[in-house]
Design a protein around this ligand. Sequence first.
Ligand SMILES: O=C(O)CCC(=O)C(=O)O
Length: 263
Amino acid sequence: MKIGCVQLNVRYGKVDENYERAEHFIREAASKGADIVVLPELWNTGFALEKLPDLADKEGERTKVFLQKLANELSIHIVGGSVAIEREGKYYNTMYIVGKEGELLSEYSKVHLFRLMDEEKYLEAGDQMNRFAFDDLEAGAVICYDIRFPEWLRAHALAGAKVLFVSAQWPTPRIDHWKTLLQARAIENQCYIVAVNRISKRPENFNGQSMIIEPWGEVLWTGAEDEELAIIDVDFSKVDEVRTRIPVYDDRRPSLYARVVKE
Ligand SMILES: O=C(O)CCC(=O)C(=O)O
């Protein structure tokens, strides 16, 4: 399958401009033959959390209509990154997954809020997982800081995901953590990771380096440090081979972990 990874240069607080740029790249990905297109985290607002009352998408309506219309028109699956939405007076960092006929397959609000950037002061955490399939491709998806919680990605893999999508705005100073954590999540879960990070220089500092990693841990692609749309051809067939070679899932001892690990 061809995957379009959009390292969007998200304009801080410039919502209309961000929708325009996202549409431009989704259309370009489809015109270049992508089957799936992946957007980064909070692409409608950037980290403008204190401005959410003015900027957040009410009930996610604008984003859902936007993504569903494009998916259907262009016949492309969309991992909708995430957008800031408002629901019943609360704000969420929410991802929409849309199938190529425009159907809403899943909706996920980031469950681990990132305190280093004060997310918990502005946002509510979600409490659902994000499992879906694009045709026969069993998938899950998480948002940024979520990758520091191996048990959360493992839960998606145990629920059947063979590829995990990650949408992020991962800051440049900790980009080494990003690379290492993504590779570890691919190796330990023996699954594909497709991770898309945003770009921006000021007032925020994000330098892309999105990644696609296969289940043995080999990095298939690393993004540039600038805005780009990359179309990467991925053969998603390696999961079963790796899981047979080292049968981690059969060798797990969940009843032992439940006994010795306290909440
Ligand atoms: O965990 C990190 O270092 C970055 C996380 C982050 O920036 C986020 O979740 O928005």
